[in-house]
Design a protein around this ligand. Structure first.
Ligand SMILES: C[S@@+](CC[C@H](N)C(=O)[O-])C[C@H]1O[C@@H](n2cnc3c(N)ncnc32)[C@H](O)[C@@H]1O
Length: 245
């Protein structure tokens, strides 16, 4: 693990408390795992054509939910970054070969420009007050033509009600698209994480409840696409540097 972060933020204190227990809490029960799989499927689809060994940054890697897919399933060479040492320790325990970096999104990242073939960041930007800077840095460290996948908590959705006691900043999808475009990202697709509140997914812990809630979600997908979704996965590509001003 490299470079310690300096002053812990409120979000980091929250994740330090959760530590290795984060995945158990966030993905307990069939409903929460269903949502997780949808997000991971978006990552699988976005990275399916990357060659084995391609360099990917998992920014805000947590306990390694995404890192494991990238590494164990897709055979990519992953760098897992997080601001909380306990999170990276969990990943190192799972796979001592994974490169881990202790650093904070929202501050300059400790990587050369264009160091990665792809970057991914799921369920993280909402915890970063300086999310614009974080996204701009993610765009900097991916090579021209490289892939960018970020999940956001959509301000224009019921998500606004779900985080009243947490230091979370929901963002408007349009703002993310604009900031990303200014940083050189050409957005290519979007998928809804889910339109429904997490409390409902948590309650849908058995097969029949999950079937009912998943049917509502599929209906929302058909009727609305990502519009009004509480969580959206955006996929883009770093524009070739020749197009930059
Ligand atoms: C909700 S978890 C998501 C983990 C993982 N991406 C996933 O989808 O399973 C958010 C992670 O972001 C990390 N985090 C929060 N603020 C951060 C920051 N400013 N820089 C880097 N990591 C941060 C937390 O420590 C935590 O591990």
């Amino acid at each position: 693990m490299s470079e310690p972060a300096q002053t812990e933020t409120t979000a980091e204190a929250h994740f330090t408390r959760l530590g290795a227990g984060y995945d158990d809490e966030a993905f307990a029960g069939a409903g929460l795992r269903w949502v997780s799989e949808r997000e991971l499927d978006a990552v699988r689809a976005a990275f399916a054509d990357l060659p084995e060994g391609a360099r990917v940054l998992d920014a805000g890697a947590g306990n390694g939910r995404v890192t494991r897919v990238l590494d164990a399933e897709l055979g990519l060479s992953v760098t897992a970054l997080d601001a909380v040492p306990e999170m990276l320790t969990t990943i190192e325990r799972w796979n001592p070969g994974t490169r881990t970096v202790l650093a904070r999104l929202g501050e300059p990242l400790p990587f050369e420009t264009a160091s990665f073939d792809a970057v991914v960041s799921l369920r993280v930007l909402k915890w970063v007050p300086a999310w614009e800077h974080a996204l701009t840095e993610l765009a900097r460290v991916v090579r021209p033509g490289g892939r960018v996948v970020v999940e956001i908590t959509n301000r224009n959705s019921l998500a606004r009600l779900g985080y009243r006691h947490a230091p979370v900043t929901p963002v408007a999808r349009r703002s993310v698209r604009e900031v990303g475009a200014r940083a050189g990202i050409c957005w290519t697709s979007e998928a809804a994480g889910t339109h429904l509140p997490f409390a409902l997914w948590r309650a849908a812990s058995g097969p029949s409840a999950l079937r009912a809630v998943a049917a509502v979600q599929r209906g929302a997908d058909r009727a609305l696409g990502p519009v009004g979704a509480r969580s959206i996965v955006l996929v883009g590509e770093r524009r070739p540097s020749t197009l930059e001003p």
